[in-house]
Design a protein around this ligand. Sequence first.
Ligand SMILES: [Zn+2]
Length: 507
Amino acid sequence: MSFAMTQGVALLGIDGELVSIEADVSKGLPSYQLLGLPDAALNESRDRIRSAIQNSKLIWPQHKITVSLSPAWLPKSGSGFDLPISIAILAASGQIPSTALNGLILIGELSLEGALKPIRGILPMLLAAAKQGTRRAILPVENSDEASLIEDLEILPATNLSQVIGYLSGSCQIAPLQHRDTAELNSNLDFSQVAGQQIAKFGMEVAATGGHHLLMIGPPGTGKTMLAERLPTILPRLSSSQTKQVAAIHSVAGTFDIGYVLEKRPPFIAPHHTTTTVAMVGGGGRTIRPGACSLAHNGVLFIDEAPECGNGILDSLRQPLESGIVEITRAIGSFKFPAQFMLVLAANPCPCGRFSGKGRGCQCTSLQVRRYLSKLSGPLLDRIDLRLKVDTPTRVELADLSPRENSIQIRARVEKARQISADRFTEYSFSLNSQIPSELLRTRFKAQQKAMSALHNLIDREEITARGFHKLLRLCWSIADLREVTIPGIEELEIAISLRSATEIAA
Ligand SMILES: [Zn+2]
C-alpha cells in the first residue's frame, strides 16, 4: 500500500468546502512535499504531524512522502488539516486500513504530543460535509458543543491521534455525540428589570417592530446600555436558517455561544468605541475574520458613546448598512460575510455628559457640544429613524414596585405587529416598515389625510426635512401596526414625533 485518501474541509468565509487529501508514500530518499495552495500554517503542519505520529507510537515513513490537497484552486488555510493529513500518511504506509476512511471526514489540529486541538468554524464545515453526503466526522472533543447541533451526521469526538487510530483500526470505540435539539433557556435579561423609561421602552418596541435603527441621547447612567442590551429579548426569535447563519459566523469567529442556537436569540454585539475598523467590519491578515457588524447579523449592533469612535469607524458601517453584506478581498480570494443588523447608537448630550434638562454642572461651550454631536450627523444619521431622549428615571419611577411588563409580553406584540406588516407587503420584496421605499410612502403607503397635511405643514414650516418626512411616516406605520390601526393617523404621527424628540439635539 502506497496511496491513500482522506477528506477534510476548508473554510471560505462562512462556507465550508470539502477537500480531498491524497498521500503517496513511495521508495526514494526521505522527503515530504505538500501540494495544493497551502498557506504558511499548512507548511508548518509537517513538523507537528511528524511529532504527533511518532508520539502516538507509530512510524513516520522514511520514504518519499507526497501529500496533495485538492481542489488545488481552493484557498486552504488553518491547522484543521493536521488530522486528515496524518491519517492519510498512516493509511498510505499501511499502518491503518484505508477501508475505514470511506464516507468519513476528519477535522482537527494536532499538538506535538498528538492531542487534538479545537479549531474555528466547525459548524459551517460540518454543514458542508453533511450536504455532500458525508456520514461520519471525527473532530476534537472540545468542538463538541457546536458539533452537537448538526443532524444527519454521526459525530465522533476524539481527544488525541492514538484514539483516532485505535478507532480506525477497529481496536477501540468512540461514542457518537448526542444531537442537541433547540430548547428555551432563560436569559437573565428582561425589560421588567428596567424602572420607568416608558417612552424609551416604547421606542424600543417600535424599533423592534419596524427594524428601525435608533439613537439614544442621554446623560451617563440613565440606562441607555440597559435598554439596548434588552432589545434582543423583544425581537422575534430567529428562524432556523437565520440561527444557522448566526451560529456559522460565530463559529468562524471563535465566539460561538450555544445560547444563540438553543434560544434562537438574536445576537447582541457591543464593540467599544475604541475599536478598530477591522474589528468593526472584518478582515485581518493571514486569517480573515468576520467583524462586529457580521457578529451582529440578524441581531443588534450597539455602540455606546458613539461620538467618541475613532475616525472612520462609524463611516465604515455605511456600506454594510446599505447592502447587508461585508465583502473582503484578498489575494487568495474574496470573502463575503452577511451583516444585516439593527444599529443602536448611544451618545451623551455633550462631551462632559451633564448637559441635560436643566444642564446642571455642564460647562461645555455650545461649540464643543455641536462638534461632539456632529460626529453623528450626516449619512449615518440619515439611516436612523428613532432618536430617543433618555433621561434619568425619577425617584417616583424608581420607587414604583408595581409589576412591570416583561420581555415576552412585549415580544408577543412585536411579533403580531410584524405579521401585520408582512401581510401588507406580500407583493413587495421587503417586509419591514423601515424598508418602505420613499416613493411608496408618497403613493401606496400614505398616512390618513389629516396626518399627511400635518406632515406637509411641518415641511412648509421647515421643521422637518424631506428625509425626516419619510422617517416619520415609516415610524407611523410601525406604531399603527402595534396599535392595530389599519392606516396611521394624527395620533400615530404625534407619537412618532415624540420618538424623534432628540432630533433638535443632534441636528
Ligand atoms: Zn457638558
